[in-house]
Write a protein of this length. Structure first.
Lengths: 308, 308
């Protein structure tokens, strides 16, 4: 199998690109031929990012021809149309025909999708979900998002909006989320919101803390931190249990910074999900294997299989 | 297109059977060649029901040969294995190989599934969901259950347990459900639970009332009934909005007795679902078209397409 897959992961603040020979896809642990990572300029726009993608791609290819190109984009994407809807970080991406632009540039078929869907596909094909038929990948980080693989294919929904487990309401009497609702999973479980709640409850603390610090303080026995961390894990667990009842996937894969919060967090997530799902519904939850590289590996899978 | 589809709907207390010529499937509103409906004996068991199915099938066929047989079963089914797991109404159905038994009897391919999944398929192929790619069908009746069609195919989940929107938790501080959790959609939105809550709040009412009566009393302005009906509709609306965020299906189809509760109920369901889904996520909710016949029509679709 001759040929090369060119993969991009555009995250908003940084851009990764990698090249993989098709032959490597039959290996159990394929490795990149070459990989590049650059940070976006502070005041850049979509045009800058696109030029950087094109430049990195050609540098990696070094005269070779790409068989297929896959792109993970950190923002809403209409995967079927090959269009970026917008970037929440960089101006100028509104309705950009990224698939067509890259297809013309690299003279190869291109597929694009949002980072939650590509991460799901990456974990399914190369990571913690290898060998299962279907999974929900959930990233718990500055936000909470998800991506589905069902029967070995991405499930994106009617408007490419599926996977928004972060805005599932699990506590209608809970605190207000930026989305306007109360008690969304993201409002309770994401790092910045946990930090915000800690700061609000401990106004005399030395300095504002982060989601990561909440987990560290909880590990040290800080009661406020323990309560906030448990509540976040509980919210995510209810979300997972609800998703299990609704879709009955074979596996849940959790990635993102908050999943590094330690055993307490994992225990509460697993126990709550188990208690929320019906007894007959299996709930298997595992940590992501690829972490930050999941979208890039997912871009490879996306390009290779040429999903529509 | 010569040939006949034999369809069964076994609901626990009654059994329907119908015969349809394959040629009728190209009509926009096909009608049965013949249909039979019988009630199960009060103290019957699975053996009785099976004999009745076989007898009705042969009566309808009257010597003709079935091209394919589809069965909707009112209870948990392992569709892939063709096995009934059990009936909650009739003893003896535990692990019955219904697909194989009927295939031997009628010398034709047989497919079986639970009634929520077949109703979803029936509405998709012949009812309110014609022409859409994917939908969630929800029955709101003595229980609350659901069935998925995704990309024109049933989605049953890893253990044939998908669709349990009735046991999605939407109010963790809410009343206790028979499943052991608090604030499940079913606990708040199903007919018997609404009736139970009304009776508990109006202990001096003349006689215990039903879910249907709660809706009628609400229409007459009874404040307790209005509050209970609104709460049920709210719970279902949160469940639908959560499902929309998670799966982004094109359509939600609602059937079952509680959906006859009038405009107030529909308004609250629709408004709550709309408010729960993200602004970018479309939520289209329509009443079922086939009602009680949905599982039987779904059995036709199941047989005809021979889904696995």
């Amino acid at each position: 199998m001759d040929g090369w897959i060119l993969a991009f992961d555009f995250g908003g603040t940084k851009l990764s690109a990698a090249l993989l020979p098709l032959a490597a896809l039959s290996e159990s642990q394929p490795t990149w031929t070459a990989q590049r990572r650059v940070f976006s300029p502070a005041n850049g726009d979509a045009r800058d990012d696109l030029q950087t993608m094109i430049r990195l791609g050609h540098e990696l290819l070094a005269g070779r021809k790409a068989t297929a190109v896959g792109v993970s984009f950190g923002g809403p994407v209409d995967a079927a149309a090959g269009m970026v809807r917008l970037s929440h970080h960089v101006p100028g991406w509104e309705n950009a025909p990224l698939q067509a632009l890259l297809a013309a540039e690299f003279a190869a078929p291109v597929r694009i999708d949002n980072d939650a869907n590509t991460a799901a596909l990456g974990e399914w094909r190369f990571g913690a979900g290898r060998g299962v038929a279907d999974l929900l990948y959930i990233t718990v980080s500055t936000g909470v998002g998800g991506g589905w693989v069902l029967n070995g294919r991405p499930w994106r929904g009617h408007q490419s909006m599926a996977g928004e487990i972060g805005h599932m309401v699990v506590d209608p009497g809970g605190p207000l989320c930026l989305c306007g609702k109360r008690g969304c999973v993201e409002r309770l479980a994401s790092g910045p919101y946990m930090a915000q709640d800690y700061n609000a409850q401990r106004p005399n603390a030395d300095a504002p803390i982060t989601g990561e610090l909440v987990a560290r303080l909880a590990a040290q026995g800080d009661e406020t931190a323990v309560r906030i961390l448990r509540r976040g894990a509980w919210a995510l667990g209810v979300g997972i249990g609800n998703a299990a009842n609704l879709m009955n996937p074979q596996l849940f894969v959790l990635g993102g910074g908050v999943t590094k919060s330690g055993e307490l967090w994992w225990d509460v997530v697993r126990q709550t999900a188990r208690a929320t799902a019906l007894p007959e519904v299996a709930v298997t939850i595992v940590p992501a294997a690829l972490q930050d590289d999941a979208p890039l590996w997912g871009a490879v899978a996306l390009a290779y299989r040429i999903y529509d």
